[in-house]
Write a protein that binds this ligand. Structure first.
Ligand SMILES: *Cc1c(COP(=O)(O)O)cnc(C)c1O
Length: 393
């Protein structure tokens, strides 16, 4: 179907053009064909190597940080970070511009942690000056949490600007870099965050089953006794893992083995720069091809992360998202519904074991499905475009 440099999905599996779980390489899947004892020397060494490589990916040459893996999906690690590294009497500012920011506020509410929110709606980035003003106005705020790439719209938040505002005010920064880490730079030498979190099944292209927190050692030290939870206690997980090189509770052994292989492929591709370059090319080919069909992106070009793209639904009366989704699926591409309040939309991911040939084939499939539906122009409603014009951040 394509001249992709990568092996195609097997046995009629579709390409997952979604924000994760995503299409992984055959060797990543193959790495799961062996059973590991969680106390085996080799398995313990695997865990140690993974932690070391993730710290290197974050630019921790000074060994100021440590990496603590946590069982479960990414949200478990976000909750572990919030419950362990945000003191019980702290007030946190949450920067919200989509569903994942809202989820962080909800986690803090569940944990009984005092917090305030700057909510920018669906598609505007939080900016340095408004953050600085909020921190000036409320000296009780000690922590700020932000999502790196807000996967609900695909917006790339301006991390350096945000970090400068937070650190300029002497506050601590926590980052949900779930859908960005590994493909977009997040280096502690540029952005000396208190902690960040990501997971196995996004830009590092592993399979789902664990997340990880990269935190300053002094933050992990200070987290002793802070967590409300046993299984999500980062301090306990950290101390125990450093002492025994084992996980406190059953680790997802096969997932770790797959992740070790995913890290090998990541390195082979040229690390964060190489991975980011491939995803950027995927985005560019996708956006150009979809625009040629008449589709338009929700976001202005400067905020389009090379992770996932939101497109407005066409205004054409014959366009029906369910039928479009089915048609794409029949052609081997799983796309993602939209998550917006402002306009009807859908999303197409460009992360995973995919290259520009796959993106071209997806665009061609989209053209075929439109023709099948009798939609000769995929332009969005003018009202949607008017909304977009207003989005001058
Ligand atoms: C995927 C994702 C998460 C975690 O979602 P899970 O379903 O728990 O893995 C959190 N934040 C962002 C920004 C994400 O993209």
């Amino acid at each position: 179907m394509t001249q992709s440099a990568f092996e195609p999905p097997r046995l009629g599996e579709p390409y997952l053009l979604t924000p994760g779980p995503l299409t992984t390489s055959y060797t990543v899947k193959e790495a799961m064909l062996r059973d590991w004892g969680s106390r085996d020397f080799d398995f313990r060494q695997m865990t140690t190597d993974i932690r070391t490589k993730l710290l290197a990916m974050a630019g921790d040459v000074a060994s100021d940080y440590d990496c603590v893996p946590v069982q479960g999906s990414g949200t478990f690690s976000v909750e572990a970070m919030c419950g362990s590294l945000v003191p019980r009497d702290a007030r946190t500012l949450v920067l919200v511009n989509g569903a994942y920011g809202k989820r962080i506020a909800k986690i803090l509410a569940c944990l009984g942690r005092d917090h305030v929110v700057i909510d920018k709606g669906d598609c505007l980035p939080p900016r340095g000056p408004e953050i600085a003003a909020a921190l000036r106005a409320d000296p009780a705020i000690s922590h700020v949490i932000v999502v790196h790439c807000e996967t609900s719209s695909g917006i790339l938040n301006p991390m350096q600007e945000i970090a400068d505002a937070v650190h300029g005010a002497g506050r601590k920064l926590l980052i949900d870099s779930m859908s960005a880490f590994g493909a977009l730079p997040l280096d502690v030498r540029d952005i000396p965050f208190a902690a960040m979190v990501s997971s196995a099944n996004k830009c590092i292209e592993g399979v789902p089953g664990f997340g990880f927190v990269i935190a300053r050692k002094e933050e992990l030290e200070a987290a002793r006794g802070v967590s409300h939870s046993l299984s999500l206690d980062l301090h306990d997980q950290w101390v125990s893992m450093n002492k025994t090189r084992q996980w406190r509770f059953t680790p997802p052994t096969h997932v770790l083995a797959a992740f070790a292989e995913a890290l090998r492929l990541h390195e082979e591709e040229g690390g964060v720069a190489g991975r980011g370059a491939r995803y950027s090319r995927n985005r560019d080919v996708l956006v150009e091809g979809m625009r040629a069909l008449g589709f338009e992106t929700l976001l202005r070009d400067e905020w389009l992360a090379p992770i996932i793209l939101t497109f407005f639904n066409p205004a054409h009366p014959k366009f029906d998202f369910e039928a479009f989704y089915e048609g794409m699926s029949d052609r081997g591409f799983v796309i993602y519904p939209g998550k917006l309040t402002v306009a009807d939309s859908f999303r197409i991911g460009c992360i995973g074991r995919l290259d520009e040939h796959v993106m071209n084939a997806a665009v061609q499939a989209a053209g075929e499905v439109l023709a099948e539906l009798g939609v000769d122009d995929a332009a969005p409603p003018t009202a949607s475009l008017d909304e977009k014009q207003k989005l001058v951040a």
